[in-house]
Every structure is written in structure tokens, then in C-alpha cells.
Design a protein around this ligand. Structure first.
Ligand SMILES: C[S@@+](CC[C@H](N)C(=O)[O-])C[C@H]1O[C@@H](n2cnc3c(N)ncnc32)[C@H](O)[C@@H]1O
Length: 214
């Protein structure tokens, strides 16, 4: 699918300047290439590294674990950060558990198995950051529970929010119509909410940053 968010040449140049990961993170980046497993893009990872160095999250809720790459990346940024991550795919759950053990961060990462819609409904606790990186068409459905568990002043980060630019299409390709429509509603919802202050960055596949107002 054509990417209409970033200029490929500029993105390639900037990506070449990013710090290269080593060890398990590098191994997982290679593993995720074939067959393709969607993990956060390098520029989004670097952005979150810098962002978290300011916001210093102590408790992150991640929706969408996959093989555990981003959870391991977040866990390695600050030894005090605790991560709760939600995944419904059994193959991903198995791989993530193995990777958490290998990372040495298994004691800081809790994987909750199940569909995020059900898990979120039952979830208690207060998170200072929520990283939403799951089925894009469902983001809107998750929002009320995310707002319930997000602390006032906390930050909701939404990955892939621009969906290759398709959200802005007047006539999205037929097979993407539902996701495009749902994501559009989600963007309108978080940008007009009186409970959130939101900015959307054309970074990677689009990243939404929403602060929960006090
Ligand atoms: C983009 S990947 C997550 C990548 C991961 N955050 C990373 O960067 O390493 C999305 C994951 O969300 C999971 N997922 C999608 N919808 C979900 C849902 N409703 N509940 C739980 N997991 C879901 C998928 O199975 C997939 O593994």
C-alpha cells in the first residue's frame, strides 16, 4: 500500500541517522521482517524514547503486544517502569512470553491474554500512559475504558492513526473502508473530546498524542 504520510527519501535519510539497536531488540526487528509482524517503526520507537525521557511513565498499559518488541523496548528505557500489555493471538502470546523471559524484564511486564475489549472492561488500576497499537478499527470501542484507567494528566499514544493516509480519502479502497471510517471517527473523537488535548503527528504511520485533562 502506498504511503502518503511521509516522503520516502526524507524518511530513509532520517531513519539512517537513528541509533541501531543491538542484542534481543535487533534480533526481534530481524525476526519481524519475514513473515512480516507489525512492530513499531524505528522513528516511532525513537520518538517514544525521547518522549518518555520527559514524561517518565511509571505504569504503561499497552494494547497489542505482538511478539513483545515494544514492551521490551519500553521496559529497557527506565528501570522503574512497569508495563501491562494485552494480546489475543495465541501464537503472539507464546512468542511474547519467551521474549520477555529472554529480555530479563519478565518481572516488569505483565501480559494479559484476551481481547482488549473484554480485558479493558475488567481492568482496574491507574496508568500514566496507554500505548494503543492493536486492531485499528476497534480504537473507538476501546476509548471509554482507556479514559477510565488513564490518570488525569496521563497520555494516550495511538499508533497507526493515519493508516497510510487512507483516513483522509473521500473514497477509500473498498477493503479498507471500515477501518478508514472507524479511524476517522476515532480521530474526530479524540481531537474534539473535552477530556483530551490531542495532537496528531505525521510520523511513521501516524501517531496520536492525547493528554487526559485534569
Ligand atoms: C501492531 S501489532 C503490536 C505491535 C507491538 N506493539 C510492537 O510494536 O512490538 C498489533 C497486535 O495487536 C493484537 N490485537 C489486535 N486487536 C486486538 C484486540 N482486540 N485485543 C488484543 N490484541 C489485539 C494483534 O494480535 C497484534 O499482535
Amino acid at each position: 500500500m502506498e504511503d502518503r504520510i511521509v516522503y520516502p527519501e526524507l524518511n530513509g535519510f532520517l531513519r539512517a541517522q537513528l541509533p541501531q539497536h543491538t542484542g534481543l531488540l535487533h534480533e526481534l526487528e530481524e525476526y519481524a521482517k519475514e513473515p512480516y509482524i507489525p512492530i513499531i517503526q524505528p522513528e516511532v520507537a525513537q520518538f517514544l524514547k525521547v518522549f518518555f525521557s520527559f514524561s517518565k511513565p511509571k505504569k504503561i498499559l499497552e494494547i497489542g503486544t505482538a511478539i513483545g518488541y515494544s514492551a521490551i523496548f519500553f521496559a529497557g528505557l527506565d528501570k522503574e517502569t512497569e508495563i501491562v500489555t494485552v494480546e489475543r493471538n495465541s501464537d503472539m502470546i507464546k512468542a511474547a512470553h519467551e521474549n520477555f523471559e529472554r529480555s530479563g524484564f519478565a518481572d516488569k511486564i505483565t501480559l494479559i491474554e484476551g481481547d482488549a475489549a473484554d480485558v479493558l472492561m475488567r481492568l482496574d488500576g491507574e496508568f500514566d500512559t496507554v500505548f494503543l497499537d492493536a486492531a485499528k478499527g476497534q480504537y473507538q470501542k476501546f476509548l471509554p475504558d482507556i479514559l477510565r484507567v488513564l490518570k488525569p494528566g496521563g497520555v494516550l499514544i495511538t499508533d497507526n492513526i493515519l493508516y497510510r493516509g487512507i483516513v483522509a480519502d473521500a473514497n477509500p479502497p473498498r477493503k479498507h473502508i471500515t477501518i478508514a471510517r472507524n479511524l476517522k471517527k476515532y480521530i474526530v473523537g479524540i481531537t474534539h473530546s473535552d477530556r483530551l488535548d490531542t495532537t496528531v503527528l505525521p510520523l511513521g504511520d501516524g501517531v496520536g498524542i492525547s493528554k487526559k485533562l485534569k
